[in-house]
Design a protein around this ligand. Structure first.
Ligand SMILES: Cc1cc2nc3c(=O)[nH]c(=O)nc-3n(C[C@H](O)[C@H](O)[C@H](O)COP(=O)(O)OP(=O)(O)OC[C@H]3O[C@@H](n4cnc5c(N)ncnc54)[C@H](O)[C@@H]3O)c2cc1C
Length: 503
């Protein structure tokens, strides 16, 4: 699309959830907004397009859910226990999973604004649905939701992004695709524009303020090995190929302060033979999120992790890195018939490397690249250690663990003995990187001299300091919405101030 007007108050760099929220929020303040998305229109939306659209937010009960999920039927309401998710629980989850390192100011903003941000998305046209069968299993006729992340945007990530682009277009945000932003324009007065290659032609766009919302460096193999460490160049990229750290690089060149866990990232168990980058026709179907019901074994035929240490929402983002550390950077998940009905829907697509058999010996013989004798011994040892006297409950940490194993399974331990057996090959899929740049409470970028940079704001994956070591599931979209909204508003106000003769 040609850019109709060359004078903008706010230029937003990026085209995912955080960028769209920033653009919509800046428009609400009356700013003229241009959004520059590096991808072509057919590939727009960044990682946000690859998500299942799941969002973590504070809610107090069924009324919140009904306001956000107007399509829920009476029968679905009747068989569901949505519970509640308090601010205290959200704080606790963030603090525990980040080992107490999350920036208290940013975390407070994230938690306190999470509910308002999700309700604001609803006003932009986004509808939500509870994630039956993913964030709750049906036990004795009822779904009991757990873990604070229960609603996903209707249509998943693609649905969320389509709705937000529609809202942005309707509200007069100008959008350029194929618009690869290469640098910021800065003077002593601060940032006053960007340089971008739009459809092959490089030009400058001048403006009152810039919002950087163009992702982390997960799609840059060289940066991954440089910052995350040895072997990370071998990870598969779950989402967009366009998040190569450009925004971080240009911000650092402009003096921005690096912040947060630069050697940390979110990475999960992912289809072993997945393509190097995400594919929008498959999106999240390469995830293997049912491992708490499995045993995970490596090429040596050994278990290497407590598959049931906690609910999936609190372990999955760490386990990709553990798979990457295994010989050959892969593992197998093994299930028996007792839990096959609990497997998430992605296990029933054609995007799986799967073997199936009626005996354990046959199954093991069909699993590529694994030491069979050791694996058979591992399964025997595991079966003997399962505490079968404790009841199995997939909706809660049930304490049905193993006894006496060097690597325990703490919950949801079931013997592997009832045919048919299934095994799925996984490798490491990186989702996004945790390191970013420091921002103020108003989402203004801070420089290495600890001063806010005039005219520069950031949101989404680019914000450093929120996530360390781990991540409570479904916080990325919430963070993008919360800080995108703040960044857009702050940038608009700053741009108007500059236009009216202020700094
Ligand atoms: C497969 C998958 C599933 C996920 N599921 C969930 C989920 O259900 N819930 C959840 O909360 N989180 C989920 N996440 C994480 C979530 O996607 C991210 O946390 C969130 O989408 C980040 O939003 P963002 O806007 O910061 O980045 P993105 O959505 O990645 O957007 C970055 C944008 O910047 C653009 N860009 C990059 N470089 C440039 C440049 N130089 N110039 C111009 N534009 C540029 C990109 O093209 C892209 O449009 C998932 C991620 C993946 C990959």
């Amino acid at each position: 699309m040609a850019v109709a007007c060359s004078k903008f108050d706010v230029v937003v760099v990026g085209g995912g959830n955080a960028a769209l929220c920033a653009a919509l929020s800046a428009r609400e303040e009356g700013a003229a907004v241009l959004m520059l998305e590096r991808a072509p229109e057919s590939d727009r939306g960044g990682n946000s397009s690859y998500t299942e659209g799941l969002m973590r937010f504070v809610y107090s009960g069924i009324d919140d859910i009904l306001a956000l999920a107007p399509d829920l039927g009476d029968d679905e309401i009747a068989c569901s226990d949505f519970g509640a998710y308090t601010k205290e629980q959200f704080f606790d989850d963030m603090t525990r999973e980040t080992q107490g390192r999350t920036d208290p100011d940013l975390c407070e903003i994230l938690v306190n604004h999470s509910s308002a941000a999700v309700h604001w998305l609803r006003t932009q046209g986004v509808r939500f649905l509870p994630q039956f069968g993913r964030q709750a299993f049906k036990v004795e006729g009822r779904f009991k939701f757990w873990g604070g992340a229960i609603l996903a945007a209707w249509g998943g990530g693609p649905g969320l992004i389509t709705t937000l682009y529609r809202a942005a277009e309707q509200r007069g945000v100008q959008i350029a695709y194929d618009a690869w932003v290469r640098d910021l324009v800065s003077t002593d007065a601060g940032v006053t524009g960007v340089v971008a290659r739009v459809s092959g032609t490089t030009r400058a766009f001048h403006c009152g303020a810039v919002v950087l919302a163009c992702g982390g460096f997960e799609a840059n193999a060289e940066w991954r090995s440089r910052y995350l460490g040895r072997g990370w160049d071998l990870a598969k990229v779950r989402g967009t190929k366009y998040n190569t750290g450009d925004g971080l690089a240009m911000a650092l060149r402009a003096g921005a302060q690096p912040c947060g866990h630069w050697s940390g990232c979110h990475a999960i168990g992912w289809e072993r033979y997945a393509p190097d980058f995400g594919d929008l026709s498959i999106t999240d179907n390469l995830e293997r999120g049912s491992y708490p019901c499995s045993i995970l074994v490596n090429a040596d035929g050994k278990r290497f992790v407590d598959e049931g240490a906690d609910l999936r929402s609190y372990t999955y983002a760490r386990y990709g890195g553990m798979i990457l550390e295994q010989p050959g950077q892969f593992a197998w998940e093994i299930y028996d018939s007792k839990v096959l009905h609990l497997l998430r829907s992605e296990y029933r697509t054609r995007h799986v490397t799967k073997v199936q058999a009626d005996t354990i010996e046959q199954l093991v013989a069909r699993m590529d690249d694994v030491r069979q004798d050791q694996l058979l011994q591992t399964i025997r040892d595991f079966n003997a250690a399962v505490q079968t006297d404790v009841a199995f409950d997939p909706n809660a940490k049930d304490g049905r663990g193993t006894r006496g194993l060097a690597i325990p399974k703490s919950n949801w331990a079931n013997t592997i003995e009832s045919p048919p057996f299934e095994a799925y090959a996984v490798s490491c899929g990186i989702t996004f990187t945790f390191g970013g740049i420091r921002i103020t409470k108003e989402a203004q970028v801070v420089n290495t001299n600890h001063e806010p940079i005039n005219g520069l704001y950031a949101a989404g994956e680019m914000v450093g300091g929120l996530f360390y070591f781990n991540y409570p599931a479904a916080t990325g979209l919430t963070s993008g919405a919360v800080f995108g909204k703040i960044a857009g508003r702050s940038a608009a106000r700053a741009a108007m101030g500059r236009k009216n003769g202020g700094g």
